[in-house]
Design a protein around this ligand. Structure first.
Ligand SMILES: Nc1ncnc2c1ncn2[C@@H]1O[C@H](COP(=O)(O)OP(=O)(O)OP(=O)(O)O)[C@@H](O)[C@H]1O
Length: 334
């Protein structure tokens, strides 16, 4: 069982907090608050040596538009580190503006990590943070940090269920007395929904769009899906017609694409139900009274909270700033 308070005592005051997510990286510095919040993306020029050309928002604008020696890289896949060089360079880039006195003695860093990350995945993340120029690293579980960042009193002797819906992972945890009592993680999230929409368009309409286009489509569907009357509307998508081999604008009923989204949401609901089945009775009673808290970017679609409530009968509440909960929790730990 992870206990936040016991781990903190042996670490001393940290200087910097890093929420390195599959989609976004947020860095907070003690005394200065958030100093960086941008997409987790790098663009490298590969040649004799590999150089970072751009990172964050600038690199995101390059997706699908680079060729030759340029390579777009994302440090994480499915919530865990998959590209060491990209992680190191992105963390270095994101922390370069930090100006604390710790620069002289190398920062102590708090870094969020999925609760089910393996020892090898934890070691890789720690190495990437060290290689980026930071000193002592402490890894903290993202769903617990999300709960703290959302304002839950995690130290109370009360069962709290939190679902952190990221781009690469969905984590369902039950927290009591400052510790995670039960945890279930699936490597699904906003990214897998983007991919499902891409595949649907190719299979059903022979129409190709890029990853940023798929994410934009998902965000539009999230808006439309929240209002039942909007389901009849059509969405227009710009991309490449594979049949004609030409750029085209495709118009599709929102309802058809919302079916793809619903499949994804049902997979998340399935994880929540499985976690509830394994929750001890006293904690279940607390969750019955307090409901479930949703954090992470994927929680922002009102559809997910609605489907969870329909399936479980429990109130599902979306945190005030879902995208920032983990970073806020880590910043509080600073
Ligand atoms: N309004 C919205 N509706 C649905 N999804 C959204 C919305 N806004 C953002 N997202 C999605 O949320 C995801 C990013 O969330 P978040 O920043 O919490 O993930 P992350 O921490 O980078 O990922 P992970 O924790 O899995 O490594 C992206 O897939 C993004 O498209």
């Amino acid at each position: 069982m992870f206990s936040f308070r016991s781990r903190r005592r042996s670490f001393g005051a940290p200087d910097i907090a890093i929420d390195l997510g599959t989609a976004n990286i947020i860095v907070a510095e003690r005394g200065a608050g958030t100093i960086f919040n941008q997409p987790s993306i790098c663009c490298f020029e590969t040649g004799v040596s590999t150089n970072l050309v751009a990172a964050g928002s600038e690199a995101r604008a390059m997706i699908g538009r680079v060729s030759g020696p340029f390579r777009i890289a994302r440090p994480l896949r499915g919530g865990v580190l998959s590209d060491m060089a990209a992680a190191r360079e992105l963390i270095r880039f994101a922390t370069r503006r930090a100006g604390g006195a710790w620069r002289v003695r190398r920062a102590r860093a708090l870094v969020g990590v999925p609760n089910d990350a393996t020892q090898a995945e934890r070691r890789a993340l720690t190495t990437a943070v060290h290689d980026a120029g930071l000193g002592h690293v402490q890894l903290l579980p993202e769903p617990l940090m999300a709960a703290i960042g959302a304002g839950l009193d995690v130290d109370a002797p009360r069962g709290r269920m939190v679902i952190d819906c990221g781009a690469g992972t969905t984590e369902v945890v039950v927290i009591s007395l400052g510790a995670i009592c039960l945890s279930s993680t699936a490597r699904i999230g906003g990214d897998t929904l983007d991919e499902a929409l891409l595949e649907h368009l190719v299979r059903r309409h022979r129409f190709q769009i890029g990853r940023p286009g798929a994410e934009q489509l998902k965000l539009e569907l999230a808006r439309l899906g929240a209002a039942d009357e909007a389901r009849d509307r059509a969405v227009t998508i710009k991309g490449l017609s594979l049949a004609a081999g030409l750029p085209e604008t495709l118009s599709i009923a929102a309802d058809e694409l919302l079916h793809v989204c619903e499949k994804h949401l049902q997979a998340i609901v399935g994880i929540v139900i499985a976690a509830l089945e394994h929750t001890p009775p006293e904690l279940s009673r607390d969750i019955l009274d307090d409901g479930i808290l949703l954090t992470g970017g994927g929680a922002m679609t009102g559809l997910l909270s609605r489907r969870i409530t329909e399936a479980t009968g429990l109130e599902a509440r979306i945190a005030a700033a879902p995208l920032d909960c983990v970073a806020h929790g880590l910043a509080q730990a600073l």
